[in-house]
Ligand binder design. Structure first.
Ligand SMILES: Cc1cc2nc3c(=O)[nH]c(=O)nc-3n(C[C@H](O)[C@H](O)[C@H](O)COP(=O)(O)OP(=O)(O)OC[C@H]3O[C@@H](n4cnc5c(N)ncnc54)[C@H](O)[C@@H]3O)c2cc1C
Ligand SMILES: Cc1cc2nc3c(=O)[nH]c(=O)nc-3n(C[C@H](O)[C@H](O)[C@H](O)COP(=O)(O)O)c2cc1C
Length: 772
């Protein structure tokens, strides 16, 4: 085969040498526009996994790279006058020039033809090639030539960065945050050879412009950075890589995803590789790793399927399929980390203390969990747990193991939860005439005995016509109140849990069948008339609701207030106002469901007017020493619907009206929604609202173990974690999760003590048993 790699970066060079090594008969050329040894940038970092793969595919380059590596374990934060350091993180760094030199030399040794100082304008310059590798970097000319085919999706990110170097040597991966009169700057610093460290300075567009950096020349930019980071640099100078545009200017990071990676141009197959196909933000330092992994995978596919020309289409198809998965995974993690650095000034830097700021930074990609941090640096993590536990008013001695964050108490007004696990509200559709009966006593009682700090019952409806289904719970008469009191009394007498009541009105989603007979499907008989913000049905065949008039608003408000009083009299500890999931209050908040043109529609203030009016009336009726939360759909997942930005505006309004926490859910407002599910997928909403609005939050959604919950709480992304479906699978989820973490001092109900010790013993045995 005749193979031409356009672009002699890590991707093109490494692929060329692997293919030549695997099949010396191939004629392989790498064409690079720069001179040899002439490159932008400073150092790059690698992961252990990529190094392992390189050792297998070409031990010689791997050994040379490894001997040129600078290895370091520590991460250091410099922030608000403090230096905090953790260890066990394991990075390797190498100068980009050094890396390319090793790859170039190996190419030459194996017989790859290297052509320098040739600018390629088109793939058609190599009509004799069977395979053309478009390894020409993020601004790939080849990709742009066939943009219809490759469908590049470019997003220009808002932050500005400049990639500099310095001769001051740093022995840890150092992050340095500095505040100016216009905002925050951060430096990402690491040593990559015996003389030089990479020094990337980043800030927001606004701060960049406010300092006039857009009008300053390169030298003045450097002087500015030297002054700003003088304390860290200790007199050392910063240097640019002036010969290259990417090395010398303030840039925006471009996030790139391509719809397709290969194309037949009539003569040759053209395939994208490395930065030409995808980019990953430097916040997790994976660009070079991805380029190398691409090269390995394409070579592996040739090795597997054969080195003949006719195998090329099959090889390219498998290469793309396999690499897409890994690239998407890394891009996801890189996106989280990148977004963290984009909002750090506005969201965390002023709000968090250095200890928590460090934790938040370390877990920014959401790939590193609490227990993962323990594996890396147990002493640091336990110190942090101690710091966190002290903040939660726990008496922590150095001798005892501190309670991990999710098992620390939480106080809201006069109520203290024994831990931060919440049984999320879940409709059970098992009430008769809205009365909580034996099922609810056993269901909620079991979850209270199961160790959660707060047990929410399902959405409880404020009137018969407020119900979703005939099986929903209610709180509009004495029988219901008595049923509630029986449950509350049982839980208070037999567990440490507090009881939460979530009051709601189904609005346009009412008068439907119980879930197992067809969720959201209208009742065939025995239904009731519906009301909503506007006369829009939920499903095309749903009943059309009546848009509420002022009299109905008064009536419904009075129902909410009456139910609030009943909940207080029944002894509930916590009240949640259900303003999510497309039910009545949510229907007012969302522009998808509220098209009113009176004062209860329109802008945020208009759409929130009625829900706030009801909430304020409830707050007055609810005892002042008991907390109230508000559940919001923080994202409608529909283009024209509410977004997390809108949710933050509503959260601020509810905060002002006396809400103590926002319970951050999403969706279920419109059937047109396109939610993006995944681990902790709604936690970013809780994070945003907590740290931008300054109100406590409950995170919910795909939190499946205490490790995840710990990292959410410890990083200050939320104050409580609500766990729904896992509690249906395991009523004692909280106790079991504690036991899995080896916490033996979490109290079990005394009746269950013998089960506790057996459970713990079995877990300990399983942990030490040899793998089968
Ligand atoms: C500030 C910053 C920091 C980074 N830090 C890291 C890090 O720490 N770790 C990490 O792994 N990655 C890092 N990267 C990313 C890394 O630089 C790239 O992801 C990696 O170099 C991709 O390799 P590549 O071979 O695909 O592309 P490139 O390295 O961009 O190579 C492309 C080559 O093609 C050549 N070329 C382009 N067009 C033509 C043409 N028309 N004709 C001939 N030649 C052409 C270019 O001169 C270049 O040599 C960083 C990037 C930036 C911007
Ligand atoms: C069976 C079931 C019923 C639910 N009923 C309610 C409800 O009454 N009120 C509410 O706000 N959310 C309700 N939800 C949503 C959950 O409270 C929770 O937000 C959602 O299930 C995501 O959490 P998870 O991933 O831990 O399950 C319900 C969820 C389930 C699975």
């Amino acid at each position: 085969m005749r193979i031409v790699c356009i672009g002699g970066g890590p991707a093109g060079l490494y692929f060329a040498l692997l293919m030549k090594k695997l099949h010396p008969d191939h004629s392989i050329t790498v064409v690079e526009r720069n001179k040899p040894y002439d490159t932008f940038g400073w150092g790059v970092v690698f992961s252990d996994a990529t190094m392992e793969a390189m050792k297998i595919w070409d031990p010689k380059t791997a050994a040379e790279i490894q001997s040129a590596f600078n290895h370091w374990d520590d991460i250091e934060l410099q922030f608000k006058g403090q230096r905090i350091r953790t260890t066990g993180h394991g990075f390797v760094g190498i100068g980009r020039k050094k890396l390319l030199n090793i790859l170039q030399a190996r190419c030459e040794e194996l017989g790859v033809e290297l052509t320098f100082e040739r600018e390629v304008n088109s793939d058609l310059e190599f009509a004799d090639a069977d395979l053309i590798i478009a390894s020409d970097g993020v601004n790939s000319r080849l990709r742009e030539r066939y943009r219809e085919v490759f469908q590049p999706d470019f997003v220009v990110r808002p932050n500005r960065y400049i990639w500099l170097g310095t001769h001051k040597l740093f022995d840890a991966f150092t992050f340095d945050f500095r505040k100016t009169e216009h905002g925050w700057f951060q430096a990402h610093i690491y040593k990559f050879d015996n003389e030089t460290s990479t020094f990337i300075v980043e800030t927001t567009e606004e701060t960049y412009k406010a300092h006039g950096l857009d009008t300053l020349g390169q030298e003045d930019s450097i002087t500015f950075c030297e002054k700003l980071f003088a304390e860290t640099l200790c007199g050392a100078k910063l240097m640019t890589n002036a010969r290259h545009q990417r090395g010398s200017q303030w840039l925006n990071f471009n996030r790139l995803i391509c719809g397709r990676w290969s194309h037949f141009n009539g003569h040759s197959h053209v395939v994208l590789m490395g930065d030409a196909a995808h980019t990953a933000h430097f916040a997790i330092g994976s660009g070079t790793k991805l380029a190398i992994d691409d090269a390995i995978e394409l070579a592996r596919q040739f090795d597997r399927l054969g080195h003949d020309k006719d195998r090329i289409p099959a090889v390219l198809a498998d290469y793309e399929e396999i690499r897409r998965v890994d690239v998407a995974r890394i891009q996801n993690a890189a996106r989280n980390a990148m977004e963290w650095f984009e909002v750090v000034g506005e969201r965390y830097a002023d709000a968090l203390e250095p200890e928590q700021f460090m934790y938040s930074m370390l877990t920014r990609s959401q790939r590193i969990s609490h227990e993962n941090l323990r594996l890396r640096d147990k002493a640091w993590l336990e110190d942090y747990e101690r710091w966190f536990a002290k903040k939660a008013d726990l008496d922590v001695s150095e001798a005892t193991r501190p309670a991990p964050p999710v098992f620390t108490p939480y106080q809201a007004r006069g109520v203290t939860l024994i831990n931060r696990v919440v049984v999320s509200p879940m409709a059970m559709y098992s009430a008769v005439d809205g009365v909580p009966g034996d099922f609810h006593l056993v269901h909620l009682g079991a979850r209270a005995l199961g160790g959660a700090g707060l047990v929410f019952a399902e959405m409880t409806c404020v009137s018969p016509d407020a119900r979703i289904t005939p099986g929903c719970l209610g709180l509009w008469n004495d029988a219901q109140q008595a049923g509630w009191k029986r449950i509350v009394d049982f839980i208070h007498a037999n567990s440490g849990a507090k009881v939460g009541v979530q009051l709601g009105h189904a609005g346009r989603k009412g008068s439907t069948r119980v879930a197992w007979e067809g969720i959201d499907q209208p009742l065939d008989e025995g239904g009731w008339p519906l009301i909503s913000a506007s006369a829009l049905p939920y499903l095309p065949h749903s009943q059309i609701p009546k848009a509420m008039d002022r009299d109905t608003m008064e009536r419904v408000k009075a129902d909410f207030v009456a139910a609030t009083r009943r909940a207080a009299e029944a002894g509930a500890d916590w009240l949640e106002f259900h303003a999510a999931h497309g039910y009545l209050m949510s229907a007012f908040l969302s522009p998808l469901t509220n098209i009113r043109n009176d004062e209860y529609g329109g802008d945020h203030a208009g759409r929130a007017r009625y829900p706030l009016e009801v909430f304020r009336a409830m707050r007055k009726a609810w005892p002042a020493d008991r907390p109230m939360s508000v559940r919001l759909s923080c994202h409608d997942w529909v283009e024209t619907g509410n977004t997390p930005e809108d949710a933050a505006i509503f959260a601020a309004m509810f905060k002002e009206a006396g809400a103590d926490l926002i319970d951050c859910s999403s969706g279920q407002v419109s059937k047109a929604e396109r939610p993006i599910y995944g681990r902790l997928f709604q936690t970013p909403f809780a994070d945003k609202i907590r740290n931008e609005v300054g109100i406590s939050t409950i995170a919910v959604g795909a939190i499946s173990d205490a490790d995840q919950a710990n990292s959410v709480i410890a990083a200050g992304r939320a104050d409580l974690c609500a766990v729904a479906r896992p509690h249906l699978a395991d009523p004692a989820w909280a106790l079991h999760e504690a036991a899995k973490m080896g916490l033996t001092n979490i109290p079990w109900p005394k009746q269950y003590w013998s089960g506790k010790s057996q459970y713990e013993t079995n877990l300990a045995r399983a942990a030490t048993a040899p793998a089968k």
